[in-house]
Design a protein around this ligand. Structure first.
Ligand code: ADP
Length: 499
């Protein structure tokens, strides 16, 4: 499988304790955190009103509109969050969804959006944005306040001395009550209107502590921003596993489409090629026949023999082209059958009359037939059924040694409302393990290949396609006493099958 390029997971940046001040990322993180609270509030209002609309929405249309707004809202806000986090926090996101299949309808896309876990993780993320905003605000206030007091300790001390009430801060609690609580500190420290050198030195020392507190605060904010960025990456993008799965699915779908196209192309090629070959093959055959008919002329014996071979091969070629055309049509669902009630007994009689003299004269094979009385007609294409039967009988004669017996039997089928046609022979038989393969295209048993029968191994696969197209089945079995039997089962007209 093609490997998926994944964005790298964010790494916390280290640049030393003091380096935090010089890094631009620190200030982008601070901006992001500064926006956290107002954004959290906006989401609270937006999502809150959508949810309350969902609960209190009147009528199906009203609820549907609110759901559509909510889904659209999740989409827009998640997109905004991804942009914000990638711009300010430099988070690299995985995609929100796998590749959309080509030609997917609008409804398909909505369904895919609803099925996508990222949609629901995004909603959770947006909801969590609210407590995150509050948390960041609280943290910012505490750290900011402590750091500011420490940093500006000398100024605060100076202010406390300069603005000390007469008699010092210790006795002035009540009148300075609202002054941010600092007065308690001033009172506790008993600051008076006089500068105390110890306090001056201590306040300058506190400024240094304030610098350290500032740096620590920046590190804490960086850590919070990094942690939230990592969380955003998890919530607003596909998980690596889902991403790989989606990619694999897309690749498989592409391969399937390509394979289907190739398969269609292959079928069309065979269809066109066999169609185009028919005319030249027919012309060649006609010309060879004409040459062989030049009775008056004196054809040298070897030329006549060459022509004989050419004629036989041209005939084979013609049969092959016809067979290929038939198979290509079956593959392309272009077999046009004329299915109607057919008297199977009469078809058997016709085939019997055509083949019996030939079998007897050329191979001393006895062809027999037995047709049960009072059989209903079967659903079939008469011409195609004749073709199938001729093929089975021809095979039976071909693979039966001289003096054997080939029989055609027609009777009611084993299943109700079916008619069974069997062609049996006393020939070389088919090994058990090859029985299921004889209907495959170009399949010939070893025994048959050794006999040079001239067949291509296509007759039975065509027979199967035709019988199946008539709604019937075909199967082969070995006869224990030697030889083979082919069963064709057709639907009887009394059946409840549709025509
Ligand atoms: P072919 O033109 O080679 O006869 P078919 O598709 O009609 O092609 O038959 C496929 C193979 O099945 C044959 O090559 C032969 O090996 C085997 N087969 C078919 N009919 C018989 C039979 N009656 N007895 C033994 N083998 C048979």
């Amino acid at each position: 499988m093609q490997s998926v390029a994944l964005p790298a997971a964010p790494q916390p940046r280290r640049g030393g304790f003091f380096g935090v001040v010089r890094r631009g990322q620190t200030y982008r993180n601070l901006l992001y955190l500064a926006l956290a609270f107002p954004i959290g509030w906006i989401y609270l209002v937006v999502l809150g009103s959508l949810f309350s609309g969902l609960i209190g929405g009147s009528g199906i249309v009203g609820v549907a509109v609110v759901i559509a707004l909510l889904l659209g809202g999740i989409w827009v806000l998640a997109w905004f969050e991804r942009s914000l986090a990638s711009t300010l926090l430099r988070v690299e996101f995985t995609p929100t969804s796998g590749p959309t299949p080509r030609g997917a309808s609008y409804w398909d896309r909505v369904q895919a959006y609803l099925r996508n876990p990222v949609t629901w993780k995004s909603l959770l993320y947006l909801v969590l944005r609210v407590p995150f905003g509050i948390l960041v605000l609280t943290l910012g206030a505490v750290l900011g306040w402590v750091t500011a007091v420490l940093l500006f300790a000398p100024a605060i001390y100076a202010g406390a001395v300069l603005y000390a009430p007469p008699g010092g801060w210790a006795g002035a609690q009540d009148s300075f009550a609202p002054n941010m609580g600092l007065y308690r500190l001033f009172a506790w420290l008993s600051i008076s209107g006089q500068f105390d050198p110890t306090y001056v030195a201590s306040s300058v020392a506190l400024t240094l502590v304030g610098v350290v507190a500032l740096l620590v605060s920046l590190h804490i904010f960086n850590g919070v921003a990094w942690g939230w960025g990592a969380f955003a990456r998890q919530m607003l993008g596909m998980s690596i596993k889902d991403l790989q799965l989606a990619e694999a699915r897309a690749i498989a779908q592409q391969a399937r489409t390509r394979a289907e196209q190739a398969e269609r192309g292959r079928r069309q090629l065979i269809l066109d090629a066999s169609h185009e070959l028919r005319t030249p093959v027919a012309t060649i055959r006609a010309h060879i026949d004409s040459l062989l008919m030049l009775e008056g002329e004196h054809l040298p014996e070897n030329v006549r023999s060459y022509l004989g071979v050419t004629q036989r091969e041209a005939e084979r070629l013609s049969v092959l082209v016809d067979d290929l055309l038939m198979l290509a049509r079956a593959d392309a669902d272009e077999l046009q059958l004329d299915i109607r009630p057919v008297d199977v007994g009469r078809v058997v009689e016709e085939v019997f009359r055509a083949m019996e003299p030939l079998a007897e004269r050329e191979r001393q094979i006895t062809l027999v037939r037995e047709v049960a009385a009072d059989l209903p007609p079967a659903y079939a294409d008469r011409e195609r059924l004749v073709q199938v039967l001729l093929n089975l009988v021809r095979n039976a004669i071909t693979y039966t040694p001289d003096g054997g017996i080939v029989s055609i039997d027609v009777a009611a089928g084993p299943a109700p409302d079916t008619i069974s046609l069997a062609v049996s022979d006393t020939g070389i038989g088919i090994p058990e393990e090859e029985l299921e393969h004889v209907f495959e295209r170009f399949y010939r048993t070893d025994a048959s290949r050794a006999r040079h029968t001239g067949g291509f191994g296509l007759g039975l696969s065509i027979a199967r396609d035709l019988v199946q197209a008539m709604g019937g089945t075909i199967a082969a079995e070995s006869v224990p006493s030697g030889g083979s039997r082919f069963h064709v089962t057709l639907r009887a007209v009394t059946s409840t099958f549709p025509t």
